[in-house]
Design a protein around this ligand. Structure first.
Ligand code: NAI
Ligand code: SOE
Length: 402
């Protein structure tokens, strides 16, 4: 066989996502063979030489830099991977698009819809692949839910109920990291985790056309966290230390209307004691129901109307464990229920990114999807302030493009 081509990666931001993406670049060809390409971990950037050098040693990169611009200017780099906090996404992505690099950018695409619009404008006419790293849709069970819906297995979709509940900031002394600062994060639970639910809702059901929302802050100030990378509540709580203002939401709840007539709801909070990564959806259709819970991520609960006979006294949800016969199954583990982890979702994401680059095709979700989600966030913010329904413009409405 001919060896897969190489794609040189420049990764910017060596925190939690720097680790996850590095692992995925290394592992992808071991899972998916023949691999679409061999990602080469060429150069990694962080904010100081010390951090970047340590990251290169730990994550297997050939070199390091404290200035991301040198990566964008390097003609040998094929993929720019943006894994920084949200305030750096736009500047890096726009420079990368101008330099003609393929881009994967962590979610949310940007802090605001105007930043997202500028990023979308920068990539839409560039001959590059652009992807937003909403990896949860690449959980095989989620892709299986999509397959069932497209096959008509649950009939016409009536509703979507999505939640993302965590507890890492439920303690008021859990420190103030960049995720609680509007100028860095853009928003709180809304942009950080609510956007994951929006991505799943759009992927599985379709465009969201209107929202009726409540945004709330529960903890207006927190002890300031030391160091740049977010410790996600795990650091010394330092309750007696200096406090800083939290100027983002802690919780979002919204009703949803979909363009296809379905209805739904979305809830996201990082203040739900006992919930760790409780990303769930339940979808009811005219012919059945689907339930997914990320904490049991290699399972899909399904109930089809035809199950259980007549009068239906055996009807109820049953479990399908994802395995080789399901989406991405040929690249993952050979027996259902061996387990799918967070890392695998990132490996699949890398596989789809590299496949699109090698084939010259588009990939979803792209910067248009990231911009659409930023428009939904705007509508949620406006709805909460006005205490009323607000229509969500489409990207085509917002850009005048048809
Ligand atoms: P983190 O706080 O763990 O790490 C961020 C790293 O970026 C730090 O090492 C920091 O020093 C570095 N950095 C900051 N500004 C930089 C710059 N200008 N140039 C180079 N390096 C810079 O953050 P985390 O959790 O990795 O989040 C990064 C991004 O990934 C965010 O946009 C976040 O929303 C997203 N994310 C996505 C997840 C997902 O499931 N898809 C999970 C966690 C985060
Ligand atoms: C913190 O809420 C966080 O790391 C989010 O930033 C990620 O997007 C989510 O996948 C896990 O939780």
């Amino acid at each position: 066989m001919t060896a897969p081509r190489s794609l040189n990666v420049g990764l910017i931001g060596a925190g939690f996502m720097g680790k996850a993406h590095s692992l995925a670049y290394a592992a992808m060809p071991m899972f998916f063979w023949p691999a679409p390409a061999i990602p080469v971990r060429k150069v990694i950037a962080d904010v100081s030489d010390d951090l970047a050098i340590e990251a290169a040693a730990r994550y297997g990169f050939q070199s390091s830099t404290a200035d991301w611009r040198t990566i964008v200017d390097d003609p040998s780099i094929d993929i720019i991977d943006i894994a920084t906090p949200n305030n750096a996404h736009a500047e890096i992505a726009i420079a990368a698009a101008i330099a003609g690099k393929h881009i994967i950018c962590e979610k949310p695409l940007a802090r605001t819809s105007s930043e997202a619009r500028a990023m979308y404008d920068a990539v839409r006419n560039a001959d590059i692949v652009h992807m937003v790293a909403f990896n949860y849709r690449r959980t095989p069970a989620v892709a299986l839910a999509k397959r069932y819906i497209e096959e008509g297995a649950i009939g016409k979709v009536l509703n979507f109920r999505g939640t993302y509940l965590q507890d890492w900031s439920a303690d008021p002394n859990s420190p103030l990291s960049w995720r609680f600062v509007e100028s860095v994060a853009g928003s709180g639970a809304l942009g950080d985790i609510g956007t994951h639910v929006m991505d799943l809702a759009r992927y599985l059901v379709g465009d969201i056309s209107a929202v009726n929302a409540v945004l709330t802050n529960w903890v207006p100030e927190r002890p300031i966290q030391s160091g740049g990378a977010d410790k996600l509540g795990a650091s010394d709580k330092n309750a007696s230390g200096p406090k800083g203002v939290v100027d983002v939401d802690d919780e979002v709840m919204t009703l949803l209307r979909f363009a296809n007539g379905a209805v739904g709801s979305l809830e996201a909070t990082r203040n739900a004691w006992g919930r760790n990564n409780y990303l769930t959806f339940e979808i009811h259709g005219t012919e059945g129901s689907i339930l997914f819970d990320y904490e049991h991520r290699d399972q899909l609960q399904v109930c089809f109307a035809g199950d259980g006979g007549d009068p239906g006294d055996r009807r109820g949800f049953r479990t399908v464990f994802t395995g080789p016969s399901h989406p991405y199954g040929d690249g993952l583990w050979p027996i259902p229920a061996l387990g799918i982890g967070y890392g695998e979702t990132k490996i699949i994401e890398t596989y789809d990114l590299c496949t699109a680059i090698v084939n010259g095709t588009a990939v979803s979700p792209d910067f248009g999807d990231g911009y659409q989600i930023a428009l939904i966030c705007d509508a949620i913010t406006e709805s909460s302030a006005k205490e009323s329904w607000v229509a969500v413009p489409t990207v085509a409405d917002a850009t005048g493009a048809r």
